[in-house]
Design a protein around this ligand. Structure first.
Ligand SMILES: [Zn+2]
Length: 266
């Protein structure tokens, strides 16, 4: 099979993971900017991180013949510090011209706080001004439904942003309909301990259709599985889906969203 991994934090992974992904049929990997597991001490840490995402990591992936793309932002967790967040926002434009950058992400909310909302709004404004796609992280557990609604409503209220250029990630059974009804795309994250499992993900596809839903591993420095996406394809095979449908879900659908960025060429 061939597939696209639309959300993976490869800076946290080993070269063995690259080998496994390419062997399993991965044709492109996309890496949103996120929290590193610790708060950075200054905007200089983000400057270096953006260089890693736009220069070093694409070169590392290229050694395995895997095209690598990235998204840029300050993640919601570190957005609580408004002064730091503004400094990082000011750094982003100079990186938007890099050839592997797809847009602004993964922005969103973590604790649904006022400061996080302020910085979310500034990211949406940045995306609108620079005509960038948007990739959104939604909060965990009990904050998820409220946070998803806040995010979707904020983005919908900005008339400069076309909903079909926005992907809301980490959707679950209780949030996916709100995203689909808003005309946006949804991402289902396959995690071994939280978020969704393969059977739950396929159930969601069967309920809401696969035209605007993709699956990702969101593999990072925590407990996560870099091959979660092809494993989900196995679950579809077990349910009797043919190769053409599997190609549609795991390659064509993410391709259709991502190729709205002129930089996504594979
Ligand atoms: Zn992520």
């Amino acid at each position: 099979m061939r597939y696209i991994e639309p959300h993976a934090h490869m800076v946290s992974r080993t070269t063995d993971d690259y080998v496994s992904m390419v062997t399993a049929g991965c044709k492109a990997v996309c890496e949103p900017a996120f929290w590193a597991g610790f708060d950075r001490s200054s905007s200089k840490g983000f400057y270096d991180y953006f260089r890693q995402l736009t220069e070093y990591e694409p070169a590392r992936a290229a050694k395995f013949q895997l095209p690598h793309f990235s998204w840029l932002c300050i993640n919601p967790k570190e957005s609580e510090d408004l002064a730091l967040a503004q400094e990082v926002l000011d750094l982003i434009p100079e990186f938007l011209d890099k050839p592997n950058v797809l847009g602004i992400g993964e922005i969103g909310l973590n604790k649904n706080s006022r400061n996080e909302m302020t910085i979310l709004e500034k990211h949406v404004d940045l995306a609108a001004k620079h005509n960038q796609l948007i990739l959104v992280h939604t909060p965990h557990l009990e904050d998820k439904l409220k946070g998803t609604k806040l995010i979707v409503d904020l983005i919908k209220s900005d008339s400069r942003i076309a909903p079909n250029r926005v992907l809301i990630d980490h959707v679950e059974e209780h949030t996916v309909k709100y995203v689909m009804d808003a005309g946006m795309w949804g991402g289902i994250t396959l995690y071994p301990e939280s978020k969704a499992t393969s059977p739950r993900a396929i159930d969601m596809l069967e309920t809401y259709g696969a035209d605007r839903l993709w699956m990702n591993s969101a593999c990072d420095w925590g407990i996560s599985v870099p091959l979660a996406v092809p494993y989900a394809a196995m679950e579809m095979r077990r349910r009797g889906y043919d190769d053409e449908t599997i190609d549609q879900v795991f390659f064509q659908t993410p391709y259709n969203f991502l190729s709205q960025s002129p930089n996504f060429k594979i």
